[in-house]
Design a binder for this molecule. Structure first.
Ligand SMILES: [Fe+2]
Length: 384
């Protein structure tokens, strides 16, 4: 509610309220008597000498009349005839009829047709009439205040309803807007996911083309690593990171000459050192893609070993990310199980034997246990 609204709530000050009174009588002496009686009150007194003139005054009134007093016996129209019309012009006004002793029928008519509240028989007692008028005005004032309050409440209610409607519409519009935006974001996220997946697959294919003997190795490592991660109950996010990192783990071999990668015989120390650079090269390539998880760092660590015997930094134990420890084991399992130019495929059994032999030395015991569980529960074909 604004500051201006509080003004509307103030009630009219009743003590200063001026009432309008209309008195109709064909006798000037009666009109003068009323003017005299009412002179002390804060009233606006109007007079008319017959009903028609009285009706004209009602029709042209600037403000509603609170009290109308009319004589019954007048030329042009009777008091009852006058009130029959007057009550429709100002229905809230108090209506008093002045009658003679013999006007009983007129009184009944006045009550029924003219809506007259009271009748006074001439001559009346001034005090009694004045008291009645004052009481009537109090009633009128209460009624007026009531009416005003009801009107005020109605207006405020209407305003509130309007406000509620506007707010509801705005909320609906905003909600629709947000839903549409969320839908768009979801769509765009889906698209960027598809693009990212495409990039990952493409990069992986590039490495494969340089070393056809290891074709499918990345995909296979990703599969084994994810199975281990699920067995170890890693989070969805970690499993997604492992999938991407495993798929790209050997991307750094792009900088290793093909002759070294496909060399059938034993590698020289220098050649081995060149191969070892693939971890850093991979990290430097992948760091440019903003993955939602630390893919570059995981790849950088995939040749680190628990006892610090790995490369490139010789990290130990917990210093190696769990994702990298899993990919490292999966890498060895697939490499041993598959054919290489310098040796035949050794098989999954040999691979498992190898990681069990070095459990807790080079391989994370929890990772080895997970591998064994998958291997025993689902058979070697499920692991590789
Ligand atoms: Fe590697």
């Amino acid at each position: 509610m604004g500051m201006d609204d509080t003004k509307d709530l103030e009630l009219p000050k009743t003590s200063k309220h001026r009432h309008s009174i209309l008195i109709i009588d064909d006798e000037d002496s009666i009109l003068n008597a009323f003017k005299r009686i009412l002179a002390d009150g804060d009233y606006e007194v109007h007079t008319a000498s017959n009903g028609l003139e009285g009706l004209n005054k009602l029709h042209t009134a600037q403000r509603p009349y609170s009290l109308i007093i009319s004589d019954q016996r007048m030329p042009v129209m009777s008091g009852v005839q006058f009130f029959t019309q007057a009550k429709d012009i100002f229905p809230d006004a108090i209506r008093i009829l002045l009658t003679g002793y013999a006007d009983t029928d007129a009184v009944i008519d006045a009550i029924n047709k003219g809506g007259v509240h009271l009748h006074f028989t001439k001559p009346w007692h001034d005090e009694e009439l004045l008291l009645y008028i004052k009481q009537s005005f109090s009633k009128v004032e209460i009624l007026q205040e009531n009416k005003r309050l009801i009107e005020l409440i109605k207006n405020k209610n209407d305003e509130l309803l309007e406000l509620k409607k506007t707010l509801e519409k705005r909320t609906r519009d905003k909600t629709d807007d947000l839903l549409a935006q969320t839908e768009k974001l979801k769509e765009s996220y889906k698209k960027s996911q598809i693009i990212l997946d495409g990039i990952v697959k493409t990069l992986s294919k590039i490495v494969e083309t340089r070393d056809p003997y290891t074709s499918g190795h990345e995909e296979q490592v990703a599969k084994i690593a994810c199975k281990i991660a699920k067995e170890m109950k890693l989070s969805e996010e970690q499993i997604a990171a492992i999938h991407v990192a495993a798929t790209l783990h050997d991307i750094g071999k792009i900088s290793v000459p093909s002759e070294i990668l496909t060399k059938p015989g034993r590698l020289s120390d220098l050649e081995r050192e060149i191969i070892k650079t693939h971890c850093k090269v991979a990290r430097d390539i992948i760091i440019n893609i903003e993955f939602p998880y630390p893919v570059a760092e995981i790849i950088f660590q995939h040749h680190e070993r628990m006892d610090g015997s790995g490369y490139p930094r010789g990290l130990k134990g917990d210093k190696i990310a769990i994702e990298a420890r899993i990919i490292g084991a999966a890498d060895v399992i697939d490499a041993m199980a598959s054919y290489r130019p310098y040796r035949p495929a050794l098989g999954v059994d040999a691979a498992i034997e190898e990681i069990v032999k070095f459990k807790g030395i080079t391989y994370d015991p929890a990772v080895v246990d997970a591998c064994l569980k998958i291997y025993k529960n689902t058979g070697k074909n499920k692991l590789h």
